[in-house]
Design a protein around this ligand. Structure first.
Ligand code: NAD
Length: 489
């Protein structure tokens, strides 16, 4: 090694080691939160801090520059390479599921370790380049092709509830469509996001020779989110999160795919198979301790079968809280602030046993879901509470149950569920709720291919109408025509 190479290597190494400190100083000037180092370093990821070479940035402009360069390389490389990158991501997510699931769980401290792992394994089923379509036209005047072209660099905001899964699912769909991406993850899940971005970029570089296609803000702040929203070289946004960020994204003067909040109601009528309904409600609501935006959050049961449904829940292994315990849990889970309820972060995504401690119930270790009778005014009903406790409300009849379901879904149009064998009721509720996902006689997860049919995604875009995000969501259709030629007959 000559002397100048040696010096530049040493300088690079020192800068990398100083990265976190420099970044901490920069963020104290700029108002963001500095990151401590990530303790775990699997799959070739370094131990944390900004490192543009592997896609970790403090500066949005630099991130966009890098992503734009990488996107050009991807365009040159072609669709087979995109396919290879998507398969590489799926393989890495599968092979690292145990370790990355644990790292995400330890950082975010919400949900369930087994389901953090399952969510990474589920990425195998995210659609890739095979989902892209070319529509062809042919006639006397020649031929035309409508092709699904990339947008370029996409800005993506991801939630704390599924940090690496949303990042990876978005990355697969966006890269399959030919794009690069700049992420602003939730600060509470940003270390694991940066670790995964780095590992993916290193693997892309090693296998395909392409620079960081995934760039992430490290640390992400509201300021970097705002800069991504406004950046003139980011023509498209994909925002997955709660009401505030969904509203902010809808206001941007550019194309936005907005995957916002839900509060999925379940209706059970007289004709339901109660054991199947109980099994399904439990399967959907226990997933990651009910952190999923699609998870069953409140149940409206027709009065004449209410007791039968509660019996079925007990038989299926859920634990019922009595009215005093429900009252105590409600007081622990919510505070009323001026004109709205705030959900206690200490209980969001926690195990039923932790909820039990909060309300004086001794919950055995195998119990995965708590349930209990409430009226519709209990905040567990209208609030998107993301806890493994599901309130059951008596409805006078199906009309009343449907009315309550519509009211407490709040017009999000996200997800609704029904358990019924009455086709007219099933049809009426589907039409009236008009949600992106509608689960009939199965768990909400069925709509994403777990206990039902359909491909998965971690971004369900309702306010902007794309539905279950897939590679086509991140394309723009362009037409090329060839006049008076190439048509054989
Ligand atoms: P959150 O809204 O607190 O945060 C989501 C992301 O938005 C984070 O990266 C956060 O830093 C950012 N953010 C928040 N306010 C912002 C603002 N004003 N400007 C810019 N960025 C902002 O949500 P969360 O707790 O991380 O996730 C749970 C919420 O996300 C729930 O409401 C859930 O329903 C929703 N969600 C929806 C989907 C879907 O596909 N529709 C998927 C997952 C989660």
């Amino acid at each position: 090694m000559d002397q100048s190479t040696l010096v530049s290597n040493v300088v690079e190494q020192v800068l990398r080691q100083l990265g976190p400190q420099l970044q901490g100083r920069a963020s104290s000037n700029g108002g963001g939160n500095g990151h401590s180092q990530t303790a775990n370093t699997p799959s070739g990821a370094t131990s944390g801090g900004a490192n543009p070479a592997v896609g970790r940035f403090t500066n949005v402009d630099e991130a966009v520059d890098t992503a734009a360069r990488a996107q050009q390389q991807l365009a040159q490389a072609g669709v087979k390479v995109r396919d290879g990158i998507c398969k590489l991501f799926k393989r890495m997510a599968r092979e690292n599921a145990q370790e990355w699931g644990r790292i995400e769980f330890e950082e975010t401290k919400i949900g369930r370790l087994d389901h953090k792992v399952a969510k990474l394994e589920l990425l195998e089923a995210i659609p890739g380049v095979e989902f892209l379509q070319t529509n062809a036209h042919s006639g006397d005047a020649g031929i035309g092709l409508d092709e699904a072209a990339p947008w370029g660099v996409i800005g993506a905001i991801t939630p704390v509830t599924h940090s690496i899964p949303t990042l990876t699912s978005n990355a697969i769909s966006m890269i399959a469509a030919g794009n690069a991406v700049v992420f602003n993850p939730h600060p509470a899940g940003a270390k694991c996001a940066a670790m995964a971005v780095e590992a993916y970029n290193r693997a892309i570089k090693a296998e395909f020779g392409i620079d960081p296609l995934l760039c992430t803000m490290d640390p992400p702040t509201l300021r970097t989110a705002e800069e991504i929203f406004k950046h003139e070289r980011i023509p498209m946004l994909c925002v997955t999160g709660g009401p505030a960020v969904a509203r902010a994204a809808m206001k941007q003067p550019k194309r936005a795919v907005v995957a916002g909040p839900g509060n999925p109601p379940v209706v059970v009528d007289e004709t339901a198979d109660f054991d199947n309904a109980a099994k399904s409600i439990i399967a959907g609501a226990i997933f990651d301790n009910n952190l999923l935006c699609i998870g069953e959050k409140e149940v409206f049961v027709v009065e004449s079968v209410f007791d039968q449904m509660m019996d079925a829940m007990r038989r299926a292994g859920a634990m019922e809280l009595n009215s005093q315990q429900v009252q105590r849990l409600t007081e622990a889970a919510f505070t009323y602030d001026k004109d709205h309820y705030a959900v206690s972060k200490d209980l969001v995504g926690k195990d039923p046993q932790v909820l039990g401690q909060a309300c004086g119930a001794s919950v055995p270790s195998g119990v995965e879901l708590l349930f209990g009778e409430t009226d519709e005014n209990n905040p567990f009903v209208p609030e998107e509470q993301m806890m493994p406790f599901v309130p059951f409300v008596r409805a006078r009849n199906f009309d009343h149950a449907l009315e309550l379901a519509i009211k407490h879904e709040h017009g999000f149009g996200h997800t609704a569920c029904i358990h019924s064998n009455n086709l007219a009721n099933i049809t009426r509720m589907g039409q009236a709720c008009n949600t992106t996902l509608y689960a009939v006689n199965g768990p909400s997860t069925g709509c994403l291919g777990v206990g039902g049919e359909g491909y998965p995604s971690y971004s369900i875009a309702t306010p902007t109408g794309e539905g279950v995000a897939n590679p086509l969501t991140f394309t723009r259709f362009r037409r090329v025509t060839v006049s008076d030629a190439l048509r054989i007959v």
